[in-house]
Design a protein around this ligand. Sequence first.
Ligand code: ADP
Ligand code: MG
Length: 287
Amino acid sequence: MTTVQNARPHEADAGATPMMESRDVRVVFRTGIGAARNEVVACDDVNLQLNRGEIVSLVGESGSGKSTLARAMNLLQQVDSGEIRLDGQPVVTRGRGKVKPLQYYKDVQMIFQDPFGSLNGLKPVSHIIGRALKLHGLAGTRAEVRERTLEVLERVHLSPAKEYIDRYPTALSGGQMQRIAIARALAVEPKVILADEPTSMLDVSIRLGVLNLLSELRDKQGVSILYITHDIASARYLADRMAVMYKGRLVEVGATEQVISEPRHEYTRTLIGAAPDPSRRKKKRRT
Ligand code: ADP
Ligand code: MG
């Protein structure tokens, strides 16, 4: 049974209802036909819990199944078996055509790697954020929509917000765009943010700002965040707990410092060994 090789769900929180969790989530991609048929088990019965107001990092090499898990959690990916729970309630189970509740799409927001790909570049910031507000009935009149949009732009430190609200994405930098994506997510007051490599396409110099913004959302608003990355140094900087994914399985989950100082799985040791030393990196950046 494959579950034996998965890390056990977080023991310290046994009893408390997680804000969000994947239970035995399995996703298999089948490609090709005939002799070229191939099966990839992208998520192999994955159990991951995200507690209230915590940041969990999901680390692992490219192709280990991180994005597939996040997409399954965001209902963008059909699961072969298992379920996703939000605040203790099962959201999606096996079976196609299940109705996807609007409430879920309000509570669970996703931030992608490429802000230019995930935002409509032809519409101004006011439209991008205003649309999310209207969809979820969070602001009625035009004045209300504008006011809330300005407020949320300030919250992601695009300040003064008046200078950003009527701009088009093409006139913004990658870092500013990612802040817009975060603002759009925040506008609907989510309980969970799933951030899939949110800084990997940004210049190194602005990555820290985005990471700090995520930690502020946890601290001030109690949002639960899944932070997906292959950069172990940023995971260490940001996350309360660390989950390590390898070949579709969650091989290790624990408090960040504990996983780093006492990795239990061989793959985690390799990952930590291959990571650049943060102090060495800082020095390099200054020169
Ligand atoms: P990660 O985000 O960790 O890089 P992914 O979740 O993107 O990993 O991919 C996990 C595995 O599933 C990889 O082997 C990838 O090639 C495969 N995969 C992902 N999406 C698809 C798809 N739509 N069709 C076929 N295979 C896929
Ligand atoms: Mg990915």
